[in-house]
Design a protein around this ligand. Structure first.
Ligand code: DAS
Length: 332
């Protein structure tokens, strides 16, 4: 049987976490076990033709990830592709910002091969730890020809999600990952890939974003809207070099009159403003809750504030023009 080589990149997180007691699922140290250690319990269940290439990238909780971390991961995948030519990739990481890494890679890396990002809600030492099964499923998915061309996927709790759509939705439940708007793209039925639909938006090979050789991404900040919010955060972000702002708006991405005045200044200074919603679901469309044509802002489509930030970071490497930016938000 021909070998299937899967590169597993470990970055830490709860999937590599340890607690003092197996009954403790909340007080633990993340990023303790190596990627090789987290793979040990599932090795007996891997098909004989699957060969793992394990690369320890870091031991870092994902709340500490930055845009530089994303660039480093894209670079690591590209180098492995060039030097080892694996058949698929698995990235293990903390769950807190997993959806941001996954969407970044979905837009930025240039490979048709399966890339699966996976984490765990419980430390590796827990009774009923979810990491080993999630990781086994991630390797099985990355090794499947069915997963080719689907971009970056996330596997959690036996479901397969597309990177654009998935979100962490619970502080501690093992059923935290979901896609409230679109659902999963398929299931890992006892290790067998069962696909039900394709990711609808462009990604990887069809994306114009290329981070090869980039040492940093444009600084983009998120402004959270709430009753009575002032514009101090907008002013502070601008004075600290923000090149783009994502508005985590109330309802359909509404902007209060106080925020509007500060955003107008930003747009006049050439800093694009993208309207998203803090509600957690729904579509913020152009010229919906406000007239983007007149104001010069951009609608985030169905992207959450944190995902809109990922796309804006990448889009700003190509343009600052609001009409072109809107085109990216309509298509990616
Ligand atoms: N420690 C958090 C993180 O690294 C939680 C986790 O890993 O799931 O994202």
């Amino acid at each position: 049987m021909p070998k299937i080589k899967i590169a597993v990149l470990g970055t830490g997180g709860t999937i590599a976490g340890e607690a003092n007691s197996a009954a403790d699922v909340l007080n633990y140290q993340d990023s303790q076990l190596s990627a090789a250690d987290t793979l040990a319990p599932l090795r007996p269940y891997l098909p004989g033709n699957v060969e793992l290439l394990v690369v320890q990238i870091s031991q870092l909780g994902s709340e500490n990830f930055s845009t530089d971390t994303w660039l480093g991961l894209a670079d690591a995948i590209t180098r492995l592709e060039e030097t080892e030519a694996p058949d698929g990739f698995v990235l293990t990481q903390g769950t807190d910002t997993l959806e941001e890494t996954a969407y970044f890679l979905h837009l930025a890396i240039k490979t048709p091969k399966p890339v699966v990002v996976v984490g765990a809600m419980r430390p590796a030492t827990a009774l009923s730890a979810d990491g080993p099964l999630n990781l086994l499923r991630a390797v099985q998915l990355a090794a499947s020809p069915l997963a080719r061309g689907l971009g970056v996927m996330v596997v959690a709790n036996e479901r397969i999600f597309s990177a654009r759509e998935v979100t962490k939705s619970h502080t501690s439940s093992i059923d935290s990952f979901g896609s409230p708007e679109f659902g999963c793209v398929g299931y890992m039925q006892n290790g067998e890939v069962k696909l039900h639909r394709m990711p609808s938006r462009h990604h990887t090979m069809d994306s114009p974003f290329n981070v090869a050789g980039l040492h940093s991404l444009p600084k983009v900040d998120i402004v959270y809207a709430y009753a009575g919010a002032g514009c101090e955060s907008i002013r502070a972000f601008l004075s600290h070099g923000a090149r783009g702002l994502v508005h985590a708006g109330t309802g359909n991405g509404s902007i209060s009159s106080v925020h509007r005045a500060a955003y107008r200044e930003a747009i006049l200074r050439g800093v694009p403003v993208v309207r998203s919603s803090r509600t957690g679901s729904g579509l913020v469309s152009r010229n919906g809750a406000m007239n983007d044509d007149a104001f010069g802002s951009v609608g985030a489509d169905t992207l959450s504030p944190q995902k809109a930030r990922v796309l804006l970071c990448l889009a700003l490497t190509l343009t600052q023009d609001a009409v072109q930016l809107q085109c990216y938000f309509d298509n990616y």
